[in-house]
Write a protein that binds this ligand. Structure first.
Ligand SMILES: [Zn+2]
Length: 107
């Protein structure tokens, strides 16, 4: 009785082990297919959802390299170190600086 139970139990365990192996391989195969499918789908989604390249702000185009300022009279751009500054305004030359001051004085 004890022997029979033991053999029967052993046999059942062996069968279930074989079944588990088959089931495990089957599930593994399905999981593999799902993973590959998701990876393929994910990669395609990433490709389709590529973010647009960052566009440089147009305001920074005038301030490349050295600090550039704009003459209040003729509108020419020149480095800040070469500009004439008066009352918080920039001018390309001393002449334009005087013109700017005259305009400011006259309104
Ligand atoms: Zn000027």
């Amino acid at each position: 009785m004890a022997r029979g139970d033991g053999l029967r139990y052993d046999g059942a365990a062996r069968i279930s082990a074989l079944g588990n192996t088959f089931l495990a391989k089957f599930l593994l195969l399905i999981a593999l297919v799902i993973v590959v499918y998701l990876l393929f789908r994910g990669s395609r989604r990433v490709e389709s959802q590529q973010p647009a390249p960052p566009q440089p702000a147009p305001q920074h185009s005038e301030t490349t390299g050295e600090d550039m300022v704009r003459c209040s009279i003729c509108g020419v751009h020149l480095p800040r170190s070469e500009s004439f500054i008066s009352r918080g305004r920039f001018f390309c030359s001393d002449e334009h600086r005087r013109l700017g001051l005259e305009r400011t004085n006259h309104g």
